[in-house]
Design a protein around this ligand. Structure first.
Ligand code: FE2
Ligand code: FE2
Length: 262
C-alpha cells in the first residue's frame, strides 16, 4: 500500500502546486491513497468548505489539520459533513468532527489520526501521548494501517513521539514547521517516521508566506500581516510511504521535493 502524504498546503500557491502536480505524483509513485495537511490552505490559516472540496477534487483522499484548525470558523458549519477531514484528536474545544477516521482502499483499512503537540504551542490540548495511546488501546481488535500526523513545533518532541509509538502505528509523520527535515527513516519496530514533511507553498518566501511582510513583523516588530506572493514558484514537499498490507509495518519512506515548472 503506497500512501502519499503532502505537507501543510499554504494558500493559493500551495493549492495550485498540489492541483497541478498531484496526478503526476500519484502515477510516478503508484500511490493508492493521498493524505494532505490542510491547516494553512485558506489564505495561510484554516480551511473553508470550498477549499476542502477543491482538494478532494484534485485527488486528495483525506485532509488533516493542525493548530490553525479553527482559524476560519466556517469550519464549524461543515465539519460534521466532512467525512474526509480529520481534526486534531486531543483538542479541548468541542467542535464536532473526528480526530481519527477509518478509510477503506481496495479492501484495506487505513486509519488516519491527527494529534497536536505541546512544546511551544499555545492550544489547549490533552496529553498527545495518552490521547493517542488510549485511542490505540480502544482499537485493539481493528485490522488497519494507522497513519499519524503529529502536528508539533519541537523536533525533539516529535522524535520522542515517534519512538513512543514505534510498532504501534504504521507511521508518525511530523507537520507544522513547514521545512522538510532530512531524517526520514523506518524505526526499529517498523514505524515510518519523519520529523517534518515540509510544506506545499511559495518556494521563495518564509514558510510559504511573502518574505518581506514576514521580515517586517518578525525582524522589525512592525504591525503587519504576513502576505503572499502568488507569482512565486511553488514548492511541493511530501513523503511516500510503502506499508505492508499484512503486518501494517512500513517497508519504505521516501521524501518528495518538487518545484513547480516556470
Ligand atoms: Fe502549518
Ligand atoms: Fe501548524
Amino acid at each position: 500500500m503506497k500512501i502519499l502524504f503532502l505537507g501543510d498546503i499554504v494558500g493559493k500557491v500551495g493549492r495550485r502546486t498540489v492541483t497541478n502536480n498531484l496526478e503526476k505524483l500519484v502515477k510516478k509513485y503508484q500511490v493508492d491513497f493521498v493524505i494532505a495537511n490542510g491547516e494553512n490552505v485558506t489564505h495561510g490559516k484554516g480551511l473553508i468548505e470550498k477549499h476542502y472540496y477543491e482538494l478532494l477534487d484534485a485527488g486528495v483522499d483525506c485532509i488533516t489539520l493542525g493548530n490553525h484548525y479553527l482559524s476560519k470558523d466556517q469550519l464549524l458549519n461543515y465539519i460534521d459533513d466532512a467525512d474526509a477531514l480529520v481534526r486534531p484528536l486531543n483538542i479541548s474545544k468541542r467542535i464536532g468532527g473526528q480526530g481519527s477516521r477509518l478509510f477503506e482502499v481496495n479492501g484495506i483499512n487505513i486509519r488516519v489520526t491527527n494529534v497536536l503537540g505541546t512544546a511551544f504551542m499555545k492550544e489547549e490540548v490533552s496529553s498527545p501521548y495518552y490521547s493517542l495511546k488510549s485511542l490505540i488501546d480502544s482499537l485493539e481488535s481493528e485490522d488497519s494501517i494507522h497513519i499519524v500526523d503529529y502536528h508539533a513545533e519541537a523536533t525533539g518532541e516529535k522524535v520522542c513521539f515517534g519512538y513512543a509509538f514505534d510498532g504501534l502505528v504504521s507511521a508518525v509523520l511530523g507537520t507544522h514547521t513547514h521545512v522538510q527535515t532530512n531524517d526520514a527513516k523506518i524505526l526499529p519496530n517498523g514505524t515510518a517516521f519523519i520529523s517534518d514533511v515540509g510544506m506545499c507553498g511559495a518556494a521563495n518566501g518564509v514558510l510559504g508566506f511573502e518574505k518581506n511582510s514576514v521580515m517586517r513583523v518578525t525582524m522589525f516588530g512592525e504591525k503587519d500581516r504576513f502576505g503572499f506572493d502568488e507569482q512565486d514558484q511553488g514548492l511541493l514537499n511530501a513523503v511516500v510511504i510503502d506499508i505492508d498490507e499484512a503486518t501494517h509495518k512500513a517497508r519504505e519512506i521516501v521524501t518528495v521535493k518538487l518545484l513547480e515548472e516556470k
